[in-house]
Design a protein around this ligand. Sequence first.
Ligand code: NAD
Length: 346
Amino acid sequence: MKILVTGGAGFIGSAVVRQAVRDGFEVVNLDALTYAANLDNVASVADAPGYAFVQADITDRAAMDAVFADHAPDAVMHLAAESHVDRSIDGPGAFIQTNVTGTYTLLEAARAYWTKAGKPDGFRFHHVSTDEVFGSLGPTGMFTEDTPYDPRSPYSASKAASDHLVRAWGETYGLPVVLSNCSNNYGPFHFPEKLVPVVILNALHGKPIPVYGAGENVRDWLFVEDHADALLCVLQNGELGRSYNIGGENEARNIDLIRTICGLLDRMHPEGAPHDRLIEFVTDRPGHDARYAIDPSRIRAELGWRPSVTLEQGLERTVRWYLDNENWWRPLLDRDGVGARLGVTA
Ligand code: NAD
């Protein structure tokens, strides 16, 4: 089976690419290489037989048609997106362009290719999305696949729009689609501006660790390699037209997550301990969703999937990876003013 993975040089896409190649799939990695991409993320599989990389933008219809014609994939896993909520607040335009127009363009190219090929039964278009489309929960309850959409940030609104487009292409044109909505990921190769790497890198530099509001916001956390595993499971075994919520069964308040990382650093990198002295509460993000929680019953009952690591185990692996891979993250601090914004330098 040959899989076209969009966004395969990003955080989750590269985990999917690495795992798919290890599992023996042929993989075409399509990525525009925005600030968030890094081909080092897939360096371990770049020479594998059956792996190809194409630099292209999903909003470019001619380029998408060419990729389908040249590579004839059996399936698409669509992860390319603008993904950072804070950036969507500062500049929503890129999110509409890539997440909405880009998904539309990719759907149309996929539909043309699938139609021309005689609508083969086995073709799949797997759209990868987020639990943020469901909005914000109170102290109780969980998101199921039937929870009404209620996106509240430009990022989540653009992802919600893309989910609707994918469902509509399934209903209207019969395109064989499957969707998944996942909670917050963390793990190796996570771009330095995201919460978990910010905590690790600022702690290593002895810089303040910024915490929005009182750190009371609750998220469900999933180790990225478990997400990649779940996505390949949904692609192969998911029912057409259905969506699957993917979660880590690991709810944590931001402040508790941050304290756990600081505790791991105290043990694994005692220099500068105790690291939680660096925690600094900052003005909350506008419209900051209070709580996300995933009910993963469907994927567990129907596909037999569940996460392989606990939050503590996954965070320990993540901290170890950042301690051992300074050559990966150090140059990224220079990119797009990321290091300067975080108060750490390259
Ligand atoms: P990321 O920002 O690390 O990677 C996105 C990739 O898409 C980058 O390599 C980028 O170059 C590429 N890209 C962006 N615009 C493009 C375009 N116009 N054409 C082609 N490529 C383009 O994001 P991520 O965290 O790996 O997220 C991947 C997907 O998973 C996204 O769709 C996101 O919404 C979804 N998701 C993320 C999380 C999370 O916690 N990170 C959780 C659930 C779902």
